[in-house]
Write a protein that binds this ligand. Structure first.
Ligand SMILES: [Zn+2]
Length: 56
């Protein structure tokens, strides 16, 4: 379970796991973390947003 979002495993992901975070709008950040919204939707966000509660 450790280091799931590091190293060569990222190379197989689209854009190597990078993109724009839908929560904080940071660009070219690693967007890898599954976040559950209040509507029970799954959202992938950056590490800065993984513990946030979002209402989108
Ligand atoms: Zn973010």
């Amino acid at each position: 379970m450790s280091k799931n979002h590091r190293g060569k495993g990222l190379y197989s992901l689209p854009s190597r796991g990078r993109g724009t975070c839908p929560v904080c709008k940071a660009t070219r950040i690693k967007v890898l973390y599954a976040l559950l919204t209040q509507n029970d939707d799954k959202l992938t966000v950056c590490k800065r947003c993984r513990n946030k509660t979002v209402n989108i």
